[in-house]
Design a protein around this ligand. Structure first.
Ligand SMILES: [Zn+2]
Length: 167
């Protein structure tokens, strides 16, 4: 199985993904390994399963110590205080823009073996986790862009194509 990056307006990017229940499935470890490789290859800092066409609540994030898998992640707390980053996304090549998100978050998740864990993230990492959490809930970052910095016209064109495909 080879993983390819799914780009907008593919419908799986609008799908709320299913919880992972079976941690004994050897395929899960294979998928995680391949997603990590894909993320390195495409030079990303975060990647959600639907971005490679898979329906499962799994994200890969590189918190500066190499890519790591976060399974069934949930944000438990987020700060009132917001920050803005100029965000991009592997599923939206050439499109970037400022998105406002919480500056600090607390995350609960399971690791590759199903163990429950939690972590706190702030600044860029807080934004990355919120961006990836949105993905697994079928929310795309362009929904939240306040000001495009790249590719606004390209995005509008793709959006029109998506609407035409709906009909
Ligand atoms: Zn993304």
């Amino acid at each position: 199985m080879k993983l390819n990056i799914v780009t907008y307006p593919n419908k799986i990017l609008r799908t709320k993904l299913n919880k992972i229940q079976n941690f004994d499935d050897p395929q899960l470890k294979q998928i995680i390994k391949k997603m990590k490789i894909a993320m390195i290859k495409y030079d990303g800092i975060g990647l959600a399963a639907n971005q490679v066409g898979l329906n499962m609540r799994l994200i890969i994030v590189d918190m500066n110590n190499g890519p790591q898998a976060f399974i069934n992640p949930q944000i438990k707390n987020k700060s009132f205080l917001k920050q803005k980053f100029d965000e991009g996304c592997l599923s939206f090549p050439g499109i970037m823009g400022y998105v406002s998100r919480s500056k600090k978050i607390n995350l609960e998740y399971q690791d590759e073996n199903g163990n429950k864990k939690s972590l706190a993230a702030e600044k860029l990492m807080a934004t990355v986790f919120q961006h990836e959490l949105d993905h697994i809930n079928g929310i795309i970052f362009t929904d939240k862009i306040k000001k495009f910095t790249h590719g606004e016209d390209l995005f509008k064109k793709l959006q029109m194509k998506a609407q035409a495909d709906e009909k």
